[in-house]
Design a protein around this ligand. Structure first.
Ligand code: SAM
Length: 233
């Protein structure tokens, strides 16, 4: 790496999903060097920057303003600014805002540089013990039970692992729908609060994961991993 930030470059910077120690040296150097940081929630990113003693102008780039902000950022990049794109946690663009500005840069030949790091689904998958030879990551399923069940029915015989995100508010209902459609014996992993103090991995058949969940806390963030039908631990 010649310099930490070059003029007219967009840096897609992954930030911790819980443990500040997971922020890479390269990410820190990039955040120190850029002219502008585009953040999902400026309050969240400013807290991170304060811990790192970095003062850099921040601009909001979130789902609601993504269309207009993508064009504004493109103009700034074309004018020679170096910009870091971050989300509240993890890797931008993965179930997070960012896709539009990256696409705009690619269309206009503006260089995009990934600064890799934490990501909830890869972190959960690598420690789950479920097959990693091939997997489908889909982020959040639709919140409605009927749409969720249709998804499970469609993918019940899928030959690879399926990785999903879900909020703590829906985790019970999510598991009920999953067990109802895929049955109680499908091997699952529920990864909760990864890299944080209360990190928990519940692994086993759907029924045993559900039973374990009843006995543990349901607070926090979850990654759900569904093994192929043929797999057992
Ligand atoms: N872009 C982020 C990434 O790279 O992981 C994901 C953002 S998405 C809006 C947030 C969801 O990711 C949460 O609802 C949860 O499903 C999952 N997640 C994020 N952090 C997590 C953690 N520490 N433990 C478990 N799941 C997490």
């Amino acid at each position: 790496m010649a310099t930490a930030a070059s003029a007219g470059h967009l840096y897609v910077v992954a930030t911790p999903i819980g443990n500040l120690g997971d922020l890479s040296e390269r990410a820190i150097k990039t955040l120190q060097a850029v002219d502008l940081i585009a953040c999902e929630d400026t309050r969240v990113t400013k807290k991170l920057l304060a811990k790192l003693e970095i003062s850099c102008p921040c601009i909001s780039y979130r789902e609601e303003n993504e269309k207009t902000q993508a064009l504004a950022l493109l103009k700034d990049l074309q004018a020679g600014k170096s910009i870091a794109l971050v989300s509240d946690a993890g890797t931008p663009t993965l179930s997070d805002p960012g896709f539009r500005v990256v696409r705009a840069c690619r269309n206009e030949d503006v260089p995009v540089v990934p600064i890799p790091g934490p990501c909830a689904f890869t972190t959960a998958l690598c420690a789950s013990g479920l097959p990693t030879n091939g997997f489908l990551f889909l982020g959040f399923l639709p919140p409605k039970a009927s749409a969720r069940k249709r998804f499970f029915e469609k993918y019940q015989d899928f030959e690879y692992t399926i990785v999903l995100y879900e909020s703590c508010h829906r985790i019970d209902k999510f598991l009920d729908d999953l067990l109802e459609t895929l049955g109680p014996d499908r091997t699952l992993c529920l990864a909760r609060e990864i890299t944080k103090r209360h990190e928990t991995f519940l692994v086993g058949t759907g029924q045993s994961v559900k039973d374990q969940l009843q006995k543990s806390s349901k607070k926090g963030e979850f990654v759900i991993i569904i093994a192929p039908k043929s797999f057992s631990l």
